[in-house]
Design a protein around this ligand. Structure first.
Ligand SMILES: [Cu+2]
Length: 340
């Protein structure tokens, strides 16, 4: 009996269209994608990548052997017209024992370096490592440098070529600290301290992202990682340790007064002005390129809009609208963006 041709062609065309649509969501080059994990930029990232490749090659080998055997068996032993029923067998001790041993050996080859790597990543950090305390909070990141005694938010600055030890805390709910190109991810869990140590290879700028659902603005809980040369990092640290510059223009001065007199001081720290501890440290707010966990560019217009309506710009944001409007929010924005 001949099958009608058309019904077969329609699914084929639909399948091709579906494949084209799926593929069109891929970047042109996997290598240029900012969130790529396959082009590691640190020792930790490279070690993870090597392990991933080792496992991928072994699984590819197993896939080819198993599928090859399956296809071969289908072709070799398929039913032919007039053939008698083949000899019925049950079990084959030699075959069964040998494939059990073969796969146990492959699992060992994969398992030994994996376990070694897990222990290696848990080793104590080097004596000269830079310690950064990371707090994942709904929905922003706080980075504290105990060695230098200051905090910053959402923009992580680290030096190339020196080991960095990240101590991960969660004051509220579970988050996950992830810098795809540098290495990770690691859960940030309340009531315990997790750790990642890694040495970035070279200066560069990389995106980071919370990778564990943590509430309404989880997807907006991003950060930027700036890897500096050794000299640039020291310069950045020196700038951050200085007290903030006094505003020079009228609007900025008005903003400074307003800030000091309003509820902002209850949540935010500006060294020498206020000591709030539940919101981003704003001492050198003007030196950051973005704010709101890498959501908005740090311009006076955006900051004024933020102060007027934080949850409009970032759903669920835990900063209240304090009723600052017009001149007031403009003055606050002028002051904050001047804190270089
Ligand atoms: Cu999250």
């Amino acid at each position: 009996m001949r099958r009608a041709r058309l019904p077969l062609r329609v699914p084929t065309v639909l399948l091709l269209v579906a494949i084209a649509v799926v593929l069109s969501s891929c970047g042109w080059s996997l290598w240029d994608a900012p969130m790529t994990t396959v082009k590691p930029k640190s020792d930790f990232g490279k070690a993870t990548q090597d392990l991933f490749m080792l496992i991928s090659w072994w699984t590819l080998g197993i896939f080819i052997v198993v599928e090859g055997a399956l296809v071969w068996a289908c072709l070799r032993f398929r039913e032919k017209p007039g053939q008698p029923i083949p000899k019925q067998v049950h079990g084959h001790t030699v075959l069964e024992v040998s494939w059990t041993i073969a796969f146990a050996v492959i699992l060992l080859i994969i398992g030994i370096p994996t376990i070694q790597m897990i222990f290696k990543t848990q080793e104590p950090e080097a004596a000269n490592a830079l310690r950064v305390d990371v707090a994942g909070r709904q929905w922003w990141w706080e980075f504290t440098y105990p060695e230098y005694k200051f905090s910053t938010a959402n923009e992580l600055h680290i030096p190339a070529g020196r080991q960095v030890a990240f101590y991960l805390h969660a004051p509220d709910v579970i988050h996950s600290f992830w810098m795809p190109q540098l290495g990770g991810k690691r859960d940030v869990v309340p009531h315990r301290t997790n750790r990642i140590t890694l040495t970035p290879d070279a200066p560069g700028e990389f995106p980071g992202q919370c990778a564990e659902y943590c509430g309404m603005s989880h997807a907006n809980m991003r950060f930027r990682v700036i890897v500096h040369s050794k000299e640039n990092f020291e310069q950045w640290v020196a700038e951050q340790r200085k007290p903030p510059a006094e505003p020079t223009d009228e609007l900025g001065k008005k903003g400074q007064e307003l800030f000091a007199q309003s509820a902002c001081v209850g949540c935010h720290t500006i060294r020498g002005v206020s000591g709030g501890a539940m919101a981003p440290d704003l001492t050198h707010f003007g030196s950051r390129k973005t704010f709101g966990a890498n959501l908005m560019m740090n311009t006076p217009e955006n900051v004024a809009k933020w102060i007027e309506n934080p949850t409009h710009m970032k759903p669920g944001a835990l900063m209240p609208d304090l009723g600052m409007r017009g001149e007031q929010s403009k003055a606050l924005a002028a002051y904050l963006t001047s804190l270089k």
